[in-house]
Design a protein around this ligand. Sequence first.
Ligand SMILES: NC(=O)c1ccc[n+]([C@@H]2O[C@H](COP(=O)([O-])OP(=O)(O)OC[C@H]3O[C@@H](n4cnc5c(N)ncnc54)[C@H](OP(=O)(O)O)[C@@H]3O)[C@@H](O)[C@H]2O)c1
Length: 237
Amino acid sequence: MDEKVILITGASGGMGTHLMNWFKKQPVKLALHYFEQKIAEPATDHCQFFKADLTSEADVNQLIKAVLKRFGKIDIVINNAGISKSAMSWKTSLDAWNETMAINLTAPFLVAKACIPSMRERGSGSIINISSVVGQTGQIGTAAYSASKAGLIGLTKTLAKELASNNITVNALALGYFSTGMIADVPQIQQEQIIDSIPLKKLGDPAAVCKTIEWLISTEAAYVTGQVIQLNGGLYM
Ligand SMILES: NC(=O)c1ccc[n+]([C@@H]2O[C@H](COP(=O)([O-])OP(=O)(O)OC[C@H]3O[C@@H](n4cnc5c(N)ncnc54)[C@H](OP(=O)(O)O)[C@@H]3O)[C@@H](O)[C@H]2O)c1
C-alpha cells in the first residue's frame, strides 16, 4: 500500500515529540522538521529529519524541496512549530511581535504555499494548523501570540475554501493547555491558576491531539474541512 507522507514542523518540541512517537508506530513516512534542537533519533527509511528556520522563505522552500526529493510527495502537513512570548501589549517589542507572527502565522502560510502546487497536481492533501484557544478568547499578556493564532484560523478557513476543489482539506486544532512543550515555561503558581480556570480541571493529554489528527487524516474525515477543532477542556465552547 502507498504509505502517506506526513510533514511535522517543530517535531523537536514538546507536542512535536508526541506526534513523532505516535505516528512512528503507524504505516506512514515521516518528514520531521527541527530548527535549533536536533532530534536524538536515528533516521530510517520511514523517518527523516530536516532542519529549517521557518522564518526564512528560502529555508521553507528548501525544506519542502528536500522532503519532496526524499519521499516523492507530501500528503499531510502538520504546521505545529510555534513560539509564545509573554508580555503585556504595551511592553511587547516590535521585534517580539514580528518574530511571533513570522513563526506562528507566516511560516504556516509559507509551508502551505510551498506544498500546495504538488498537492494540487496530485488532487489530494491535508493541512493541519495548530492554533490555540487564546486566539479565540484572548488572554492577558499574549497580544502577539493570540493575534498570530487567530490569524492562523483565518488562514485555515481561506485555504480550505481555495483548495476544496482540489480535494485538499485544511483544518485547525485550537488547543487549550497541554502537559507538554511551552507550558514548561509557565511558573508553577500560574500553572495552578490555569488548571483552576479549566472546567475539566486538568491539563490536556497530548495523546488527544495525536488521536484527533489521526482521525482528521483518515478517509472517514475526508468531508471535514475549514474546521477549528477545540481541544480545550471546556475553556471555550
Ligand atoms: N503545549 C501547549 O499547551 C500548547 C497550547 C496551545 C497551543 N500550542 C501550540 O502547539 C504547537 C507546539 O507547541 P509546543 O508546546 O510543543 O512548543 P515547544 O515545545 O516550545 O516547541 C516549539 C517548536 O517550534 C520550533 N521552532 C521555534 N522557532 C522556530 C523557527 N524559527 N523555525 C523553525 N522552528 C521553530 C522549535 O524548534 P527547535 O526547538 O528545534 O528550535 C520546536 O520544535 C505550537 O504551535 C503552540 O503554539 C501548544
